[in-house]
Design a protein around this ligand. Structure first.
Ligand SMILES: *[C@@H]1O[C@H](CO)[C@@H](O)[C@H](O)[C@H]1NC(C)=O
Ligand SMILES: *[C@@H]1O[C@H](CO)[C@@H](O)[C@H](O)[C@H]1NC(C)=O
Ligand SMILES: *[C@@H]1O[C@H](CO)[C@@H](O)[C@H](O)[C@H]1NC(C)=O
Ligand SMILES: *[C@@H]1O[C@H](CO)[C@@H](O)[C@H](O)[C@H]1NC(C)=O
Ligand SMILES: *[C@@H]1O[C@H](CO)[C@@H](O)[C@H](O)[C@H]1NC(C)=O
Length: 226
């Protein structure tokens, strides 16, 4: 009896650990999760659900890369913003987005954190944190969205970028050959892919120690209405 009890206890502890570990679901894509959260938040406010455009999302990942890992360039009075011309000259070619299909960007949300947050926390804690970003989120002019997340060179800081557009959902940000060029590191939405790290490696399950770390971290959110 005692042995049986022991086995049951050990098994419970192990399965407890296993399920705690399984909370970080690496079989899905954090950028797609962010879009799902954003759309459910919009529909709760009686706004339309936005089309998840992989071409636009790939551009969002290039937008992040333009910051070259510098979290301090996000937000604040001296906030950097990539030049509009970068979309046609750099971002689109990097993604394989046809230049002629580039459409107006009607909003941008950008956030940066030294630690990796789950998409729901990135949404509420760094991307949507003031009236300006709420106004951008609920703007009726948007028809489509693309989201991306990336660490810098495989690690901290982590950037989240949401680009919103009023383009036609089947005529804007079209991809040559129908598939976005994969650029690492990072994940973007709309491509029906699992972003589990793979070659990039950055999105692997964070080490458990991070869950308990209460170290210094900075969070910056930046909303740009356009
Ligand atoms: C991961 O998430 C996807 C989509 O949310 C779900 O279908 C799948 O069952 C999850 N996998 C695990 C191991 O939790
Ligand atoms: C939408 O997101 C905002 C910002 O995180 C939050 O304050 C609000 O409660 C959310 N609305 C719904 C219906 O979840
Ligand atoms: C944000 O908007 C709400 C409702 O429109 C308003 O009551 C509040 O004062 C605003 N907050 C700021 C900081 O402007
Ligand atoms: C929608 O776009 C029109 C034309 O660009 C602009 O005048 C209007 O202010 C926009 N609406 C919102 C809610 O931003
Ligand atoms: C775009 O989609 C609409 C509605 O789904 C359809 O009527 C239209 O023919 C499509 N346009 C192109 C160029 O595929």
């Amino acid at each position: 009896m005692a042995v049986w009890y022991f086995v049951v206890v050990v098994f419970s502890v192990l399965s407890g650990l296993a399920s705690a570990d399984g909370q970080t679901n690496v079989t899905n894509n954090p950028a797609d999760e962010l879009v799902a959260i954003l759309n459910s938040n919009r529909t709760a406010e009686k706004e339309s659900s936005l089309f998840d455009n992989p071409g636009l999302a790939c551009l969002a990942l290039q937008y992040i890369k333009a910051y070259e890992g510098d979290c301090g360039e996000v937000g604040g009075p001296n906030a950097k913003k990539p030049a509009d011309s970068d979309f046609a000259q750099t971002f689109a070619p990097n993604c394989g987005v046809e230049a002629s299909s580039l459409s107006p960007i009607t909003g941008r949300l950008l956030g940066c954190e030294t630690k990796y947050l789950k998409p729901s926390d990135a949404f509420s804690d760094i991307l949507i944190k003031d009236n300006k970003s709420l106004e951008i989120l609920y703007d009726s002019n948007h028809t489509e969205v693309g989201a991306a997340v990336s660490g810098s060179d495989g690690g901290s800081p982590y950037f989240w970028c949401v680009l919103l557009s009023s383009g036609g959902t089947n005529s804007s940000f079209l991809l040559e050959g129908g598939v976005a060029k994969v650029t690492r590191p990072g994940c973007f939405s709309g491509a029906n892919d699992d972003c589990s790290g793979g070659a990039g490696g950055w999105s692997r399950t964070p080490p458990p120690v991070w869950k308990f770390a209460v170290g210094a971290s900075i969070a910056l959110g930046y909303a740009l209405g356009l």
